[in-house]
Design a protein around this ligand. Structure first.
Ligand SMILES: *[C@@H]1O[C@H](CO)[C@@H](O)[C@H](O)[C@H]1NC(C)=O
Ligand SMILES: *[C@@H]1O[C@H](CO)[C@@H](O)[C@H](O)[C@H]1NC(C)=O
Ligand SMILES: *[C@@H]1O[C@H](CO)[C@@H](O)[C@H](O)[C@H]1NC(C)=O
Ligand SMILES: *[C@@H]1O[C@H](CO)[C@@H](O)[C@H](O)[C@H]1NC(C)=O
Ligand SMILES: *[C@@H]1O[C@H](CO)[C@@H](O)[C@H](O)[C@H]1NC(C)=O
Ligand SMILES: *[C@@H]1O[C@H](CO)[C@@H](O)[C@H](O)[C@H]1NC(C)=O
Ligand SMILES: *[C@@H]1O[C@H](CO)[C@@H](O)[C@H](O)[C@H]1NC(C)=O
Ligand SMILES: *[C@@H]1O[C@H](CO)[C@@H](O)[C@H](O)[C@H]1NC(C)=O
Length: 434
């Protein structure tokens, strides 16, 4: 791998091994790239043969002594050491080690060599990518971030699958026009960094057009308020939601006002109309979801009605009910007065028993204990009478017969079937031996 730059002087960078340290000198200049936490060795020129006295300096605002081949001068830090009698070895690089280093070599003449050390670190976490609507234009912006690394990584956005390249940059941002977009299309961002990983890291976004959900019709009373709701789902990036009136063509966007309150919570939007009036407010309303991936609309019909007199309605309903009741009673009495009297008596007698059961509180407490037993019994009963008892209500009834008085069997299975299940479960509790 080779890297250069727009530098005027020809400068070649050779990465040795896994790019941990790179080094080449053309003339007196060299650039070395080291990695954070790793070791690096800076060479003092590329002289072959005998070496003179070598001294290393750090060039910041002014040169700072680091190390000398004169062993009576100790190194500035224990991290620094001399290898091969001239090269500076730095242990466990940190970002602060980045800078220019100079070595001075005294042979029969004094020579200077400069090395530019760059310290790189790959971003510590995976890249992240997302899509959003570009502000101010109807375009889609793809953004890829891979933070925390040094120097900056490179980004390539491509279509997925297919690998058609959308753009390459140091920023990771690409703008796409509507013609490049379609519902469900995927884009992949592939990142690369000078210190790896070799294969690079990637992330994928899938864009989706909006779907809309709303009620087709709403009613408002004159002078009242009404709220129309509209829900966008599935849109990525999130869609812009607009309320419109199609009083004319093109449709008119409803602006917030004292009578029109517009709210939006995520992808749920509402339009509240205050003080409804038939002339102004009745008609079609349009909820529109806009995204570069797609535009969807739903229409909501609002009808505005005169408020009704509630008292009048209730009065009418009650009168009608009473009238109906009177007619039915009249008919029954007319056709079979004796029958009615008998039925009434029978019911009264049965209900007396039921009331006594309900009042008994001890029975209620035992209900839970019985629950388990009841389940077992149910299973048992189901085996015995599977065809006649399709529903659970009926199973309770049979339980009552088995556990209760045998004489009640005489009343007949069919009689019991017509009774309500609530009454039946009470009978079960009463008749069962505990
Ligand atoms: C860095 O150099 C030291 C000796 O100076 C050595 O012990 C250590 O293993 C080296 N670390 C790496 C990552 O090469
Ligand atoms: C670095 O320091 C040396 C020694 O003082 C000096 O000759 C050289 O010009 C300096 N280089 C830079 C880039 O400052
Ligand atoms: C090494 O450094 C010592 C102490 O500064 C000095 O006395 C000596 O002359 C130096 N040796 C050489 C070869 O420069
Ligand atoms: C090192 O020196 C070069 C010129 O040789 C300069 O462009 C670069 O900015 C210097 N680096 C630092 C970290 O000062
Ligand atoms: C430096 O000295 C060496 C012998 O030590 C000699 O061979 C060489 O020619 C000399 N170089 C110069 C530039 O004087
Ligand atoms: C309609 O909304 C307004 C403003 O929020 C409120 O003052 C008024 O009581 C509401 N009217 C009805 C009938 O709910
Ligand atoms: C408004 O939309 C409805 C339903 O699509 C349509 O029947 C009506 O003609 C439209 N009104 C105008 C003014 O376009
Ligand atoms: C409601 O609208 C009517 C006209 O449609 C207006 O006369 C009345 O003052 C309005 N009421 C409120 C509370 O705004």
């Amino acid at each position: 791998m080779a890297a250069g730059g727009g530098a005027p002087e020809p400068r070649v960078l050779v990465c040795l091994g896994a790019l941990l340290a790179a080094w080449v000198a053309v003339g007196l200049e060299a650039v070395v790239i080291g990695e954070v936490h790793e070791n690096v060795t800076l060479h003092c020129g590329n002289i072959l043969g005998p070496r003179g006295l070598v001294t290393w300096y750090r060039n910041d605002s002014e040169p700072v002594f680091l190390l000398s081949s004169n062993s009576s001068l100790p190194p500035a830090e224990p991290r620094f050491s001399l290898v091969d009698a001239n090269s500076l070895h730095i242990k466990s690089l940190s970002l602060g080690d980045e800078g220019n280093y100079t070595c001075q070599e005294i042979l029969n003449v004094t020579q200077w060599f400069q090395v530019w050390l760059q310290v790189a670190n790959p971003p510590p976490s995976a890249p992240q990518c997302w899509a959003q609507m570009a502000s101010g234009s109807f375009m889609l912006q793809l953004t890829c971030r891979w933070d925390g690394g040094y120097p900056d990584p490179d980004f390539v956005w491509m279509e997925e699958p297919g690998g058609v390249i959308v753009g390459k940059s140091k920023l990771g941002v690409e703008m796409l026009s509507e013609s490049q977009l379609s519902d469900g299309k995927k884009f992949k961002c592939v990142t690369s960094h000078i210190v790896g990983p070799e294969s690079g890291a990637s992330c994928v976004v899938q864009i989706r057009g909006p779907s809309l959900l709303s009620e087709p019709m709403k009613t408002c009373f004159v002078g009242g308020n009404v709220t129309l709701t509209c829900q966008v789902s599935g849109a990525y990036p999130p869609a812009k939601i607009l309320w419109l009136r199609n009083l004319s063509q093109p449709e008119v966007v409803i602006q917030p006002s004292s009578r029109h309150l517009i709210t939006q919570d995520g992808q749920n939007a509402t339009l509240t109309i205050h003080n409804c009036s038939q002339d102004l407010d009745e008609g079609y309303y349009v909820c529109r979801a806009e995204s570069p991936v797609g535009v969807r609309e739903v229409e909501i019909w609002l009808s505005v009605k005169e408020p009704l007199n509630i008292g009048g309605i209730v009065g009418t309903i009650v009168s009608l009910l009473l009238l109906g009741l009177a007619i039915i009673s009249g008919l029954l009495l007319y056709y079979s007065p004796v029958f009615c009297w008998k039925v009434g008596n029978t019911f009264r007698g049965q209900n007396m028993d039921d009331v006594m059961v309900l009042v008994d509180s001890e029975e209620e407490e035992e209900e839970e204990e019985d629950a388990a037993v009841e389940e077992e019994e149910e299973a048992h009963e189901r085996e015995e009478l599977p065809k006649e008892i399709p529903k659970q209500d009926h199973i309770h009834r049979v339980t009552a017969l088995v556990n209760g008085n045998i004489e009640q069997m005489g009343n007949g299975f069919q009689d019991l079937q017509d009774d309500s299940s609530e009454e039946q479960s009470d009978i079960v509790q009463e008749d069962r031996p505990v």
